[in-house]
Design a protein around this ligand. Structure first.
Ligand SMILES: Cc1cc2nc3c(=O)[nH]c(=O)nc-3n(C[C@H](O)[C@H](O)[C@H](O)COP(=O)(O)O)c2cc1C
Length: 346
């Protein structure tokens, strides 16, 4: 398999540089007529994307399968044509902030290979809402549902947050199929405080007003909330949003070598798996809203566990870095052999 040969070379590079190389190649394929088809054929994913029995209907959108790419991989929406060729049933771009910003100084992305984890403190580097809207407007529509994840600029005061999210929503509203209010990144100081009931409600009300086309809006919650705060977040989402993404990266360093304890950032991948699963289960016990389960999914067993815990859709990022496109393909093949997994579901 191609990725098995390429991965050792990529892993010799700094993690962000490797990501840039991969994205450069994907951008080339994205721009090339037939590039997406070629990538699908090369990775063997072309036969899995629309596999029968896996499609779901959620918040008025048809998802060809329940496995999506999590936010952070394609921050500025450059790859929305080619990424579905890896088999993904949906793509979430972003986080997109209202204004462009450079993010934190490098290095800001680290591999923790012995734990199949990543640690990142990217800090919402991106071109900003207007540039992303222009790009998406000029492109062919993404062939699968496209989520746009909204973040907050580092220099925005908490009191400005509702207006900032709402303005980004207004600018991008025509270009996404669903939106995610991200108040859970650990890399923007103060952001996670916006998960408190009053603050979150104010943001969701402002975003709701800006959302003239009534696109589905989801809330992405942190795995580091206390049980009470998590439940409050779920309750506010139940009242003012159409779904949940559970969850984001964690500030916990459980499951990785102690040398990472003093390295700031959010941890993703295998060490997050059990926590994310438990939170999906907890959320499912408290709401009937659609839930996107995210955290530590790397193979068929993890995806199945997320769906059994109550997720309607599943996202991954770190699993793709360690497993390559084959991870997506293997998950889809395994799920397609278990049609009863979806019995009684949407
Ligand atoms: C390098 C990197 C950048 C990320 N950037 C974002 C982001 O901008 N917005 C967001 O909501 N989540 C972001 N995430 C979090 C992922 O979307 C996901 O919630 C988290 O990584 C857990 O999933 P995983 O274990 O499958 O990676 C990022 C993750 C990584 C590894």
């Amino acid at each position: 398999m191609l990725y098995e040969r390429v991965q050792p070379l990529l892993f010799k590079l700094d993690a962000e540089r490797a990501h840039e190389e991969v994205c450069g190649l994907l951008a080339l394929l994205d721009a090339l007529p037939g590039g997406a088809i070629a990538l699908g054929a090369l990775t063997g994913a072309h036969e899995t994307g629309w596999m029968s029995g896996l499609s779901r209907e959620l918040f008025g959108l048809r998802f060809p399968n329940p496995i999506g790419l999590a936010a952070g991989f394609d921050k500025d929406g450059r790859l929305s044509r080619v990424l579905p060729a890896l088999g993904f049933g949906f793509i979430e771009i972003g986080s997109v902030t209202l204004e462009p910003q450079p993010g934190n100084p490098r290095p800001r992305l680290f591999r923790v290979p012995e734990s199949e984890a990543l640690l990142n403190r990217m800090g919402f580097n991106g071109e900003g809402a207007r540039a992303v809207a222009r790009r998406l407007a000029a492109r062919e529509k993404c062939p699968v549902p496209l989520g746009v994840n909204l973040g907050l600029n580092k220099d925005a005061a908490p009191a400005q947050a509702p207006a900032a999210y709402a303005r980004a929503m207004r600018i991008l509203s025509a270009h996404g199929d669903y939106f995610v209010v991200n108040v859970s990144s650990p890399n923007t100081p103060g952001l996670r405080d916006l998960q408190k009931s009053r603050e979150l409600a104010a943001i969701l009300e402002a975003v709701g007003e800006a959302n003239a086309a009534r696109k589905p809006v989801l809330v992405k919650l942190s795995p580091d909330l206390s049980p009470e705060d998590f439940d409050e977040g779920v309750a506010v989402a139940e009242r003012l949003a159409q779904g949940l993404v559970v969850s984001n990266t964690t500030i916990s360093r459980e499951g990785v070598d102690p040398r990472w304890a003093s390295e700031p950032g959010g941890l993703s991948g295998a060490p997050l798996r059990e926590r994310a699963l438990a939170l999906v289960r907890r959320a499912r016990g408290r709401t009937s809203l659609p839930i996107v389960g995210c955290g530590g999914v790397a193979g068929p067993g993890d995806a199945r566990a997320m769906l059994e815990a109550g997720a309607d859709l599943v996202e991954l990022y770190t699993g793709l870095v360690y497993g390559g496109p084959r991870a997506v393909r293997e998950i889809l093949l395994a799920l397609s052999r278990e049609p009863t997994l979806f019995d009684g579901r949407r």
